[in-house]
Design a protein around this ligand. Structure first.
Ligand SMILES: Nc1ncnc2c1ncn2[C@@H]1O[C@H](COP(=O)(O)OP(=O)(O)OP(=O)(O)O)[C@@H](O)[C@H]1O
Ligand SMILES: [Mg+2]
Length: 228
């Protein structure tokens, strides 16, 4: 069997606030196989977003190991980590984090530009993506001119732009109504199948979690598997 695509061991992240310390992620072990869809549920403040951002290399842990595709990402220099993220990882944030001064199109193109891709090399996949996400007619608008749901779709397109091997998604359907949430989930699952993408998703939505291969629960910074 192939080695896991993501292997987290004894991961700890603490935040200091004046004289108290919050352990947001508390000695977490977590292994994901290539192509899996894993859902993470848990109460507000339990550490889900912190954990996802650590795994995506967007935050530095206090201690512990994060191996992705065999690479220990906690040992990479900032430059090498940025390159690694651009090549292999995608992130959909809980708050979409679009750049307000850039149009939808420009926001979606950021990952491709960061990887020095020529527009002709991604034009086709770009169009397919924006058609599937139903934002083709909103491409020249600024984020402030889009609805919450449209902003979220733009953020999803941006995360998928480089066809990441692992997509980390933090409440990707949180801003969407039922019908739109189901449609976006279907698209993410189609990408997962078509490109053998690994999907790690934080969600409050029980019906979405139930469709995952495995469900984990975060409680006070501790992660445990609760299904399969
Ligand atoms: N940058 C930070 N500085 C200080 N404390 C933080 C920081 N980020 C998160 N925390 C704290 O860490 C804990 C976990 O936060 P986190 O955002 O990971 O929770 P969550 O499970 O994603 O919650 P929600 O479901 O509300 O999004 C909380 O107590 C939070 O206040
Ligand atoms: Mg969160």
């Amino acid at each position: 069997m192939d080695s896991p695509i993501l292997q987290v061991q004894s991961l700890i992240k603490q935040f200091r606030q004046s004289d108290s310390v919050i352990t947001a992620v508390n000695r977490v072990n977590f292994t994901v196989e290539s192509g899996e869809f894993v859902a993470i549920v848990g109460a507000s403040g339990s550490g889900k977003s912190t954990f996802l951002q650590l795994c995506a290399g967007l935050m530095t842990p206090n201690s512990g190991s994060i191996k992705i595709l065999g690479q220990e990402i906690t040992e990479l220099s900032p430059d090498k980590l940025a390159q690694f993220r651009g090549r292999f990882l995608g992130m959909i944030f809980q708050k979409h984090n679009l750049i307000p001064q850039l149009t939808a199109k420009e926001n979606i193109e950021i990952p491709a530009i960061m990887m020095d891709k020529a527009p002709s090399s991604y034009e086709h996949s770009f169009m397919k993506l924006v058609e599937a996400l139903k934002i083709k007619d909103r491409l020249h608008h600024l984020p402030s001119e889009l609805s919450g749901g449209q902003q979220q779709r733009v953020a999803i397109a941006r995360a998928l732009m480089n066809r990441p091997q692992i997509l980390f998604a933090d409440e990707p359907t949180g801003n969407l109504d039922r019908a739109n949430a189901d449609e976006v989930l279907s698209l993410l699952l189609k990408m997962q199948k078509d490109f053998n993408q690994t999907l790690i998703m934080v969600t409050h939505d029980e019906s979405i979690a139930q469709r995952a291969d495995r469900i984990f629960k975060m409680e006070d910074g501790c992660l445990s598997q609760i299904s399969h």
